[in-house]
Design a binder for this molecule. Structure first.
Ligand SMILES: Cc1cc2nc3c(=O)[nH]c(=O)nc-3n(C[C@H](O)[C@H](O)[C@H](O)COP(=O)(O)O)c2cc1C
Length: 165
């Protein structure tokens, strides 16, 4: 089943943007429509769009979301819109040198979206900048199994209920 994938990018120096671009390339020809949106200026009503969402964000300060993600994150926390219709995944970029706040940008979004009733598909991909791997390479491997989980999720949701005997 084809679906739209909306990638929301929170970034300070552009690495999360590179990751989103790599995912777009990787999924080209897979029959999905991929929309990549920088989080700047986005409001919680972005989640009214059709499709599945992929939050792709780094971490700054002391475990904060990046500056361009702050307004959206703060608005979700303050307005608390009901998001029970929403299915999402998370790619968190961070660095284990920041042991206490590793990938908190992605983890913060995961926490608030869950609290608002949204359902995460699969495990988060958490990238450690001190690991020696490139996040776009890791994401390129992670994305296909994750998209398969999305298909399962949508297929399962569309399946008719088994008849009660
Ligand atoms: C000033 C600064 C603070 C950071 N704080 C954290 C942090 O608290 N936790 C974490 O996991 N990574 C932290 N990082 C690492 C970044 O999240 C990581 O390098 C990421 O890949 C940057 O991606 P971006 O270019 O998309 O913003 C920090 C990096 C810098 C430069």
């Amino acid at each position: 089943m084809a679906f739209e994938l909306n990638i929301l990018v929170g970034t300070m120096t552009g690495i999360a943007q590179l990751v989103a671009q790599e995912i777009e390339l990787r999924l080209d020809g897979e029959g999905l429509r991929v929309n990549t949106l920088e989080m700047d200026e986005l409001k919680p009503d972005v989640f009214d769009r059709d499709g599945i969402f992929l939050i792709c964000t780094s971490t700054y300060g002391q475990g904060d979301v990046p500056d361009n993600a702050k307004d959206l994150y703060d608005a979700l926390c303050a307005q608390k819109p009901g998001l029970s219709h929403l299915s999402y995944g998370v790619i968190g970029l961070g660095d284990r040198t920041y042991a206490e706040t590793f990938c908190f940008g992605g983890k913060r979004f995961d926490k608030i979206l869950t609290e608002l009733g949204a359902q995460r598909i699969g495990e988060m991909m958490l990238h450690d900048a001190s690991s020696g791997t490139l996040p776009e390479d890791d994401a390129s491997e992670w994305i296909e199994p994750w998209v398969a989980l999305c298909h399962q999720h949508l297929g399962g949701a569309a399946e008719p209920q088994a008849a009660q005997s």
